[in-house]
Write a protein that binds this ligand. Sequence first.
Ligand code: SF4
Length: 279
Amino acid sequence: MRVVVAKHAGVCYGVERALKLAGQAAEGGGTVRTLGPLIHNPQAVAALEDAGVRVASSLDDVAEGTLVIRSHGVDPAVITAAEERGLDVVDATCPFVRAAHRCAGELRDAGYAVVIVGEADHPEVEGILAHAGGEAHIVQRAADLPARIKRRVGVVVQTTQPPAVLAEVVAALLPRVNELRVCNTICSATEQRQASAAELADEVDVIIVVGGHNSGNTTRLAEICAARNPRTHHVETAEELDERWFDGASVVGVTAGASTPDEQIRGVIETVESLTGDE
Ligand code: SF4
C-alpha cells in the first residue's frame, strides 16, 4: 500500500514564521506570552508552553516580558499599548496580512469607502478594520453590501477568502460606483491546500486530513475531501487512526491544514505505514 502526501499541505509561510519568532523569543528567556493561541493546533500550543511560551487572552494578562503578536495581526493600538507598558513586542504578523493592513490604510487616506471582504468576528478582519480607521463595510457576500454606499469604493480582502467571493462582491459593486479600487490581498496558501486536497481525494482510496479539530482551515479541507471521497477522516494526531479505515485500500492520501506542524504529519504517515504493514 502506498501513502501519498498532497502537493501543498501543512504549515504556511506565515505560521511557520510566527512559530520561529516565538521560539527565538523563548530562547531569550524571561516571560513570553502570545496574544491568543499562536496556532489552532492544541499539540503545537502545548509544545510552545513546554518551551515557556504561554497564551494570554488579553493584554491585561501580560505584566512583563515579551508579547508575541500572531500571524493574524492586530489593531495597531494594541502594539502601542503593549509598548507603553514596557513589553518587548515581537510582531509575527504575516507579511501578507500586513499588505492588507497597508491597503486598508491607503484606501482610507485616499477617501474611499472601504469594503472588507471577510468574517466580521475574525481577528484578522478586526486588525484590517482598525487600519481602515475603524470605518468599513464588512461583507461575506454581495448580499451583505449596504443599500447606500459612496461612489468611490475601495475593497480589501481577508487573506483566506475564496477568490470567487471577492469576484462576486466586485461584480456587484461595479455598476453602483464611479470608481472602484480593489486590493486583492488573498493569499494563495489556502487555495493551494484546498486544490491539492481535492485532487488527492479523487485519486486515493482513503484520505486522512491532519490538523486541530479547532482549526477552521483544516475542517474546511476535511469537508472538501469528504465531498469527493467518503473514506475521509480528520485526525489531530496519529493516536486517532483506526486500522479498520484502511481495509482493502491500496493508496492512502494525507493532507494537512495550514496550522499543522510537520512532525504531526510525519507521525500520521509513519503510523499509517505501520498499521498497513508498509515500511
Ligand atoms: S494563510 Fe497566508 S496570509 Fe495567512 S498566515 Fe499563512 S501565509 Fe500568511
